[in-house]
Design a protein around this ligand. Sequence first.
Ligand code: PLP
Length: 284
Amino acid sequence: RTVYLNGDYLPEDQAKVSIFDRGFLMADGVYEVTSVLGGKLIDFDGHAVRLQRSLDALDMTHPSDKDTLLEVHRELVARNGITDGMIYLQITRGAPGDRDFAYPPKDTPPTIVLFTQDKPGMADSPMAKTGMKVISIPDMRWGRRDIKTVQLLYPSMGKMMAKAAGVDDAWMVEEDTVTEGTSNNAYIVKGNTIVTRQRDHDILHGITRAAVLRFAAEAQMKIEERPFTIAEAQEADEAFITSASTFVMPVVEIDGVAVGAGKPGPVAARLREIYLEESRKVAV
Ligand code: PLP
């Protein structure tokens, strides 16, 4: 695999980063994951805008710009022959040469890394047909989940808790309401209404979320952006998640309780179809 590191395209085993990198020592970095379908980038603009927002929130300097990043994404897709898959991008506050809690001087060069992940046929995931099962766990992350940092230990623990419980993912709960999944936004459907948590510091502002809510509104669905409980979700007609890597994925069981008929419902299926169709049309 060819990867990108600080301006160079390199074989993956030759891409090396300092042990003093603040991403490594302090999780002082941000990331984005962009899907590739048919060799084209899905929602690239949204990811580029959110990247800038994350950098601004942490007072980090963008080592590049949107147009250059688009070129790098395209170059990696071409060099690695990716048809369907993902591109991971990470920017850290660089390697100041020692360990210190205080940020290094502004002129410390950031570290930027991109690599591809090949996922042939990812849009035809069998899980879209069967649906996924989730458990609820307490949300123990920090208070700025709207910044997409590489500080992912609690979501990793959540995935392991889900695995140990024999299910696919965990929905995180804070003060009795669902914040989001370990790596996705969470939704329930009641009648013609879609409910999903409002955008604030408690959740990541999903790029797929923005697109799916836009398509749902265009399809005359009602949208309520508010918190919901696990009990309300278990009594809903449908539940689903969204993310750049899963698109729209139905959730059919929460804490051992079947949601609706216990199989993927029509709203999630329709939104998945619309999202895939429309975002392929405008892919770059
Ligand atoms: N919430 C969390 C915690 C995530 O990690 C992610 C994606 O990785 C999402 C939501 C979904 O965001 P997006 O649709 O931009 O992939």
